[in-house]
Design a protein around this ligand. Structure first.
Ligand SMILES: NC(=O)c1ccc[n+]([C@@H]2O[C@H](COP(=O)([O-])OP(=O)(O)OC[C@H]3O[C@@H](n4cnc5c(N)ncnc54)[C@H](O)[C@@H]3O)[C@@H](O)[C@H]2O)c1
Ligand SMILES: O=c1ccn([C@@H]2O[C@H](COP(=O)(O)OP(=O)(O)O[C@H]3O[C@H](CO)[C@@H](O)[C@H](O)[C@H]3O)[C@@H](O)[C@H]2O)c(=O)[nH]1
Length: 442
């Protein structure tokens, strides 16, 4: 069996590589020549744990290849997956230019029956547009070639994308075609040996499922962040409250961690896009509007604590920032809360020296010399007025506090992910500001 995957970003590259792992012949296509050159030279353009190994193995086995030439990739392919970006447009709606561009390209080059599956996150109604864009090109060519469209939203998380893809909780397929169902079943069966289901449904429901899932998760995060902020005001401890509510199976204990607001390339844009879709239909989504505004406010929470601690006098102070990526185990900085905190600190006249185990290159690309870059987390602390922990990389969890107290000018930790033990810091006379918990003031 042969398939084509269009787009070699986080989703396309992981999907293509994992499909190849099952023995399928996969050709990944991208318009970015630099990316394709890298991939053909044995280098992967993103950091994703476990990806490099299976990429190398499948390339060596001849099952996985990369090209900018869609026409040749489509030859004998039974399915083509569209996995290109859907960034937010100026008004917050999903910009479909890459999805529809890829669809037109398929129409220009396909020469036999194929299933066109959209993996990109796209608003309700997009599959109809994908179908129309392909049809238009076939008409221009004056050929009649049958094809089917399917919606196949992707639920992988960055940082655990390979594991998520290889062991999915569920696969969602929206299609009206029996033939498309057959092709998708064949492709996904190897991933479902753990008994988790493929859920077939109509296309509209499938497209909606993706947005509903991300919006629900974003809602949980904004909810717990609001409760955390209230805990601070009333003197409760969010960690206890989180464990208390999370042990009710109706609530569950996942995705209940307070922090500096959700970031990344998905939640912010998908919440915005669903709000936009609903507005267009004349049904404003009040809950999601609140989720978004709570999240925007939360991104400043840590800065506010810094500001208050120093009585607003931040000019000339220097801070060590631990973590830059929007979450651990990724180099992705899209919508990262670190960017908001950095901007505010710089505006207030402070200096930031940062360290992130893998996102430094990406940070330099975005921030240039606005901040300093340290060689490790200890280096960042030299003569600093405090540590600002933004991303909970495992290696930040158990630092040597004795070394830190020698390096820091001020023994203060602003912890945006609640990873430290209050009692331990109190014992060592550190000042400690977590989220939703009483600070330790020494
Ligand atoms: N990143 C995630 O964790 C994740 C998870 C689930 C779903 N999604 C969704 O999947 C989609 C892709 O996200 P991503 O993070 O992988 O994006 P990305 O920006 O990392 O990659 C997109 C790739 O598509 C390529 N591209 C654009 N137009 C093309 C065309 N016409 N032909 C060939 N290649 C083309 C770009 O050059 C780029 O390499 C988005 O809709 C996103 O919302 C993302
Ligand atoms: O309890 C939690 C869990 C997450 N986050 C934050 O939420 C954001 C998103 O995290 P996560 O969901 O782990 O990463 P993503 O890679 O953005 O994955 C989300 O977005 C993808 C793209 O649509 C979906 O496929 C995934 O299912 C969905 O989890 C990050 O800033 C996290 O720090 C919290 O603040 N508290």
């Amino acid at each position: 069996m042969k398939i084509t995957v269009i787009g070699t970003g986080y989703v396309g590259l992981v999907s293509g590589t994992c499909f190849a792992e099952t023995g399928v012949q996969v050709v990944c296509v991208d318009v970015d020549e630099h990316k394709i050159k890298m991939l053909n030279n044995g280098k992967i353009p993103i950091y994703e744990p476990g990806l490099e190994d299976i990429y190398k193995r499948n390339v060596e086995k001849g099952r996985l290849s990369f090209t900018t030439d869609l026409k040749s990739s489509l030859e004998n392919s039974e399915a083509v997956f569209i996995a290109v970006g859907t960034p937010p447009d100026e008004d917050g709606s999903a910009d479909l230019k890459y999805v529809l561009g890829a669809s037109s390209e398929i129409g220009k080059h396909m020469d036999h029956y194929i299933v066109v599956a959209t993996k990109s996150t796209v608003p309700v109604g997009t599959s109809v547009k994908v179908k129309a864009a392909i049809q238009k090109e076939l008409q221009k060519r004056e050929v009649e070639i049958p094809f089917d469209v399917a919606s196949n939203p992707e639920f992988l998380k960055e940082g655990s994308a390979v594991q998520d893809f290889l062991r999915p909780d569920r696969i969602i397929i929206g299609t009206e075609s029996e033939q498309a169902i057959k092709v998708m079943k064949k492709l996904y069966k190897p991933f479902l040996l753990n008994g988790h289901p493929i859920l077939f449904m109509d296309i509209t429901s499938s497209e909606m499922t993706k947005y509903a899932a991300n919006s629900m998760l974003a809602t949980r995060i904004s909810f717990i962040n609001e409760i955390a902020n209230l805990c601070e005001i009333v003197g409760a401890d969010i960690d206890a409250v989180r464990r208390g509510i999370g042990s009710d199976p109706r609530i569950g204990n996942k995705f209940l961690y307070p922090g500096t607001g959700y970031g990344g390339s998905c939640f912010p844009k998908d919440v915005q896009a669903l709000i936009r879709t609903a507005n267009e239909k004349g049904y404003p989504l009040e809950i999601l509007k609140a989720v978004e505004s709570v999240n925007n406010r939360q991104k400043s929470t840590l800065y506010q604590k810094i500001f208050n601690h120093f009585g607003g006098k931040l000019k000339g102070l220097k801070f060590a920032m631990w973590g830059l990526a929007f979450k651990p185990k990724t180099d992705d900085m899209r919508e990262a809360p670190s960017l908001v905190i950095i901007e505010k600190l710089i505006e207030a006249g402070a200096e930031v020296v940062a360290y992130d185990p893998v996102a430094m290159k990406e940070a330099k690309r975005i921030l240039g010399n606005k901040i300093g870059y340290a060689k490790d987390e200890y280096d960042a602390c030299i003569d600093s007025d405090g540590i600002i922990l933004v991303t909970e990389w495992p290696e930040f969890r158990l630092p040597n506090f004795r070394v830190l107290e020698r390096l820091l000018k001020n023994k203060i930790i602003f912890d945006g992910r609640n990873i430290y033990d209050r009692a331990e810091l109190e014992e060592m006379n550190f000042t400690y500001y977590p989220i939703g918990r009483k600070p330790v003031k020494s």
